[in-house]
Design a protein around this ligand. Sequence first.
Ligand SMILES: Cc1ncc(COP(=O)(O)O)c(C=O)c1O
Length: 422
Amino acid sequence: MTTPWNQRYALRMQNMGSSLIRELLKITQDPEIISFAGGLPAPDVFPVKAFEEASCRVLRKHGSQALQYSATEGYLPLRRWIVDHMAAYGINANVDNILITSGSQQALDLIGKVMINPGDLILTEKPTYLGALQAWRAYQAEYTSIPIDNDGLQTEYLEEALCGGPKFMYILPNFQNPGGVTLSLERRLELIETADRYGIPIVEDDPYGELRYEGEHIPPLVVLDAQRQEGQPEFSNGHGFMRGNVIYISTFSKTLAPGLRLAWIVAPSEVINRCVMAKQGMDLHTSSFVQMTAYEVLKGDFFKNHVHLIRRVYDERRQVMLDALEQYFPPGTHWTHPQGGLFLWATLPQEIDTLALMPKAVENKVAYVPGSAFYPDGTGHNTFRLNFSNAKPEMIELGIRRLGQVVQAELNKRESPEMTFA
Ligand SMILES: Cc1ncc(COP(=O)(O)O)c(C=O)c1O
């Protein structure tokens, strides 16, 4: 007798159907299609040689340790490196505040596992990172959301949303995925103050913070929160940092390579302890070999130089995309001007549905992600996300030209509807 599998799946699977968008994106694997859809870093800047040499050194010097089980918290020298790296970024933490994870996607899943009960409300930006929505849907989260503009989360809607009693807020302050916008310092301060007043924690997801191409660095929420806590009487002993309201996540996916699946959480040690327990049930620990090899690569000046290289390459691609949009996109279309990161966000006239337009784009050998995927409430039908890191400059130009033609053709259709006879 064959098992009727449908009757065996957990209820939570009902929220995890394969989306139409995911199906559409499969088509974009065709090498003839210029895809601005994925969030893929440029493979031509992956540090292949550095990893080849480092992995040989690790196997030669520490082979059996690298191939053995290891601590759930992560490889200690790598955690120490992250402590120093975070300090240079302004975040004051010690090793007890760091957990290495298998990608920041796992960090999001861990946070869901540790914090979300079925029916809990999570406050997100609108639009927001699709992978977080997916991860937390598995824990039966509900979403409430606040729109973003060019300065990020529109904080004037914050108090009203917080009155709904969300479990936590999920915020992407730097070069937001998908919007490409950055939360201003003024709004960061307002967000921190309001979160503290309502006692609602913040999950700060910051994969792109290192990849700024213009403008000044703005302190992360976790730093502003620590400064605020230190000013309060109970923390006047200087232990305000890592006692506050923010869980910070970052990753090596965009600065080294996503295939490593290597990221980290910075949080109060009590939160880290809970995440450690949850991670044990997921994968025991992140690959010892990968952690040790990454550490071997990171030692010395490599990281700083490599990030400089990436910034240069992505900045050029960003500029090519912005110029091409200016040249080829029809009047009435708008897009964000990201100061860093990997994405920009386009808005078309209201009457265009970018999901319905996607097959036309694919037919013309170009692809994007329809915006509605990033809206917890399914709105945003006239928007889409474009990635500028993956394609070479000449392909970006060609792809945006094709996309501009597709959008223009759609607008023309609407401006001259087929004649009807009453
Ligand atoms: C905002 C955000 N969070 C998390 C992730 C997942 O990254 P990782 O490769 O570290 O799992 C991404 C990847 O694109 C992202 O954009």
